[in-house]
Structure formats: structure tokens, C-alpha cells
Design a protein around this ligand. Structure first.
Ligand code: NAP
Ligand code: 8YV
Length: 329
């Protein structure tokens, strides 16, 4: 990989996407921080500035650092991306051009697992509907109906048994819920039953919790065939990426009773959510808030800053992604 050189010259960085205080104020006078919230802003930077930029902080998953944007910055050495998922960054292009890509793993793991577990319970026990029931005054007339769903009689198949998948599994263990999982390779870190075949697992469980990366290898992997295998008691919780689920097939499965319910934190075309999903009573819809607490988002921002500072002080990147491993300076 290209070496981030240590020199007395100022280092030009770009914040690409929304600007937040830790990002804006986290760099010393040794850095010059430029800003571009959108692709249009990036294109409006003068060629002289674009020529100087050596590091980029990509600060939201809807900002695409694709070939078209990265190729406008001929001197970049590092793309420090906010978030653990980096399907919006062209890591292949980066690897081919000696650019290190970093992400923000670990600091958000427990927060996202909390949301996944909360979303599962809210979906099964109808917290959102029940809250509306209280506010509307209906409780004055009769008790809320018993929920058809319960965590007590469930078996969960986790799709993706990485950092967050394992944190979700630990929470299910504590709740005495049996867990199995699907991933391409069995994990050395867990002893749950591994299913190399997703359909076989869907047949064996009644609940799927999805926490794999987005991208080509997972695109629409949760599809009509999976819903059929899951069956009429089936519940889907997706905290991964909207691209992982075939959304029209999900709408159809919920409408037809092929599955029972869904809890969704992510969608195919965020922030747009299909009207059909919004109209359904058997879904809980969250606006991609898996990591969205002040404490966790601050830790993610800090890790973006720390990756850039480490690299430009001549040290190794802290959290490089698999496609751009650090091989020494
Ligand atoms: P991780 O540690 O890299 O784990 C990824 C897991 O997915 C691994 O078990 C991996 O196993 C499996 N996997 C990858 N590709 C697969 C495929 N094609 N088929 C089946 N399994 C596959 O990642 P993490 O830190 O747990 O994060 C996972 C993802 O969660 C992120 O990439 C991001 O998209 C999403 N996320 C969402 C939110 C939110 O706010 N909703 C927050 C954080 C993260 P194998 O390689 O063996 O297949
Ligand atoms: C963030 C996420 O909401 O880490 C991820 O992969 O999806 C979330 O933590 C997202 O990165 C914000 O851009």
C-alpha cells in the first residue's frame, strides 16, 4: 500500500458526506479539512484542491465512494468510512489503486445487537401497536388482545455469525431461545449448529435474524423461496442491508400469510419505504437506527478520525477492511 508520508507539509483531507463535530474538530492544525456533502459538492471543488486531497472520511452509508468519485482524487491514500458495512465504498477499486479503506467495526456491535433483539421482541409482542392502543384511549374500553407472537416458542436462525451475529446470539442465549446459523463458512467462535444451506435452515426454524454485509454475494438472498421455507409462523428481522432482502417478495409473503411478521431496520431504497409495508399492521419499521445512539455514533466518528490520524502520522491503519490489508510501510 502507498505509505502515508510524515512531513511538515499540511495534509489535505476531505469530509465526504454529513459533517459532525468530532470529524470537523478532531484534526490538528497539521491538517486542512475540506468538505463535500454530496457528489455535486465534490465535483465543484477546484481541480487544485482535489489534486491535494490525501485522505477522505466517508461519513454516511448513502454517500457512494465509487470509482467515479474516487478517481477525481488522484492523491488519496486512505478512505476512512463511517460504519462497519462498506458496500457503498468501491474497495476493489481502492485495492487496485493502493488506497487503504477502513471501517468502524466492534464499537457498534453491542448497540446494533440491542436493536436487533428489541426489534424482534417488538415485532412478536406488538409493542408499537400496543403503544398506539394506550394513546388512543382504547385501553379504557377493553384490554389489549393477546399477541399471537411470542419469544417463548421460537427457534432463531441467524443469517451471518460475525461480530454482530454473535452478539445477537448471546442475547438469545440469555433469553433461553435456541439458535442456529447460516454463513458460508462455519465460525470457529461458536458451537451453534451451522447450516451451509440457507433454505435448509429456514425450514428448520421459524425466525430469521439477518446480519450479513450488503453487496453482490448477499443481494436478495432472502427471497420468496426462503419465505416459503420459513412458513406461516415465520418472522423476519433484518438489521443488515435492504439489498439482502427481495423487498417485493417480502411484501407478497406478508400479504399472503406465507410468513407472519417482519421487523425491519433497513430498506432497499432508503429513506423510501414501500407504502405497502407502511400500511401493514404486522411489521415494525425503523429508520436504520441500529447504531444510532449518541454514544455509539460518537465512537464511530472517533474511529474514523483515529484511522486517518494514525495513517498520516506514519503508523498502521487501525481497522483496514479485508480487501485492503496493511502490508507494512
Ligand atoms: P462481520 O463480523 O464481517 O460478519 C459478517 C457475517 O456474515 C459473517 O459470519 C460472514 O461469514 C457472513 N457472510 C458474509 N457474506 C455472506 C454470504 N454471502 N452468505 C452468507 N453469510 C455471509 O460483520 P458484522 O460486524 O457482524 O456486520 C455485519 C453487517 O451488519 C454489516 O456489514 C452491515 O451491513 C450490517 N450493519 C447494519 C447496521 C444497522 O444500523 N442496521 C449496523 C451495523 C452493521 P462468512 O464469510 O463465513 O460467510
Ligand atoms: C450506520 C451501519 O447507520 O455500520 C453500519 O454498517 O449500517 C450503521 O451503523 C451507517 O453506517 C450510517 O452510515
Amino acid at each position: 500500500m502507498a505509505a502515508g508520508s510524515i512531513s511538515s507539509e499540511k495534509i489535505d483531507l476531505l469530509i465526504y458526506g454529513p459533517v459532525r463535530p468530532i470529524l470537523e474538530n478532531g484534526f490538528s492544525d497539521h491538517f486542512v479539512v475540506h468538505k463535500a456533502e454530496t457528489r455535486g459538492d465534490l465535483e465543484r471543488l477546484t481541480p487544485a484542491i482535489r489534486e491535494k486531497i490525501r485522505g477522505v472520511a466517508v461519513t454516511y452509508h448513502t454517500v457512494r465512494a465509487d470509482k467515479e468519485s474516487l478517481s477525481q482524487l488522484p492523491k488519496i491514500e486512505m478512505v476512512a468510512s463511517f460504519g462497519v458495512g462498506y458496500d457503498h465504498i468501491d474497495a476493489k477499486y481502492a485495492a487496485e489503486h493502493n488506497i487503504i479503506v477502513t471501517n468502524t467495526p466492534d464499537v457498534l456491535t453491542e448497540e446494533v445487537a440491542d436493536v436487533a433483539m428489541g426489534l424482534l421482541i417488538s415485532t412478536l409482542r406488538e409493542f408499537i401497536k400496543a403503544d398506539r392502543y394506550v394513546r388512543s384511549g382504547l385501553w379504557q374500553t377493553q384490554n389489549y388482545p393477546l399477541s399471537v407472537g411470542s419469544l417463548r416458542d421460537r427457534k432463531v436462525g441467524i443469517v451471518g455469525m460475525g461480530r454482530i451475529g454473535q452478539a445477537i446470539a448471546r442475547r438469545l442465549d440469555a433469553s433461553l431461545v435456541p439458535v442456529v446459523y447460516h454463513s458460508r463458512n462455519p465460525s470457529k467462535d461458536v458451537s451453534y449448529k451451522h447450516y451451509p444451506d440457507l433454505i435448509e435452515m429456514a425450514k428448520a426454524v421459524d425466525t430469521l435474524m439477518v446480519i450479513v454485509p450488503g453487496g453482490a454475494s448477499t443481494n436478495k438472498m432472502i427471497n420468496a423461496e426462503v419465505f416459503k421455507a420459513l412458513g406461516p409462523r415465520g418472522v423476519l428481522v433484518n438489521v443488515a442491508r435492504g439489498s439482502v432482502v427481495d423487498e417485493p417478495a417480502l411484501v407478497q409473503a406478508l400479504k399472503s400469510g406465507t410468513i407472519l411478521a417482519a421487523g425491519l431496520d433497513v430498506f432497499a431504497a432508503e429513506p423510501t419505504v414501500p407504502d405497502e409495508l407502511k400500511a401493514m399492521q404486522n411489521v415494525v419499521l425503523l429508520p436504520h437506527i441500529g447504531s444510532a445512539s449518541v454514544v455509539t455514533r460518537n465512537a464511530m466518528d472517533q474511529l474514523v478520525v483515529d484511522n486517518l490520524k494514525s495513517w498520516f502520522s506514519g503508523k498502521a491503519p487501525l481497522t483496514p477492511v479485508a480487501e485492503t490489508p496493511f502490508k507494512g510501510r
